[in-house]
Structures are given as C-alpha cells and as structure tokens.
Write a protein that binds this ligand. Structure first.
Ligand code: ZN
Length: 121
C-alpha cells in the first residue's frame, strides 16, 4: 500500500522504523528483507519510478532510538508501540516491554499511560 501511495504521489522514499531487536521475532524486520523489498519496489513500479526504501534504525537498538529521540525532543506522548488497539497501552506485550526497557536504559520515563507499568520503569 505504501509503495502504491508513494508511486501515485511521486514520492522519492518510503521509511520504516524497524530496529535490530525486532530481528528474532519478525523476519520482515531484517536488513535482507528490506533489500529484497527494494527489489519488489523496483520491479513492481513503473520504469520511471524511483522509490528508495529506507530503514534508518535497522541497526539501532531500541535504547539507542529512545536516546536519540530524547535528544531531539520527540513528543513521545504522541507515539504508540503497544499491540493493543486501545488506550492505555498494556505495558506487558513485547512492544511495550521493549519500549519501557529502552526508556529505563536511557534514564528516562516513558510519558504515555500504561495499564500495567513494571515498577522498574
Ligand atoms: Zn502493549
């Protein structure tokens, strides 16, 4: 869908926020997948279309991403990682656990509300 949208809007790039800690559970978060998907984009769009697939955090840990976001004053209160589709975030799924751990490792507190927040976070 993103590729079609990018092509229809003459976009030059698609970005995905996958990171290295996703590799184990999600094969489609590996660099090899993005290399293969770039080929899909190249073959599956018009010859004159040039869309680059970018995964800028693919080699970063979630802690590194949290730290960089804190440096940039990212409004983390407006972000979401939970697999749950309603507020508050659960605090216990893998995405919540990684996120809470990243904030803890970065020496900060995640500003979003959680249904369950481990004591250490
Ligand atoms: Zn969750």
């Amino acid at each position: 869908m993103a590729t079609s949208y990018a092509e229809a809007t003459d976009s030059e790039a698609l970005f995905i926020g996958a990171h290295s800690e996703d590799f184990s559970g999600y094969p489609d978060c590996r660099p090899a997948f993005f290399d293969a998907f770039q080929n899909v984009i190249d073959v599956g769009t018009k010859p004159e279309t040039e869309i680059e697939l970018k995964a800028p955090f693919v080699e970063w840990s979630k802690t590194e991403i949290a730290e960089r976001g804190l440096e940039l004053d990212v409004p983390y209160e407006m972000t979401w990682s939970c697999y749950r589709d309603e507020e508050p975030a659960c605090g216990t799924c893998d995405a919540c656990a990684f996120r809470l751990e990243a904030f803890r490792n970065a020496g900060s507190r995640d500003p979003i509300e959680y249904a369950e927040r481990p004591e250490f976070s």
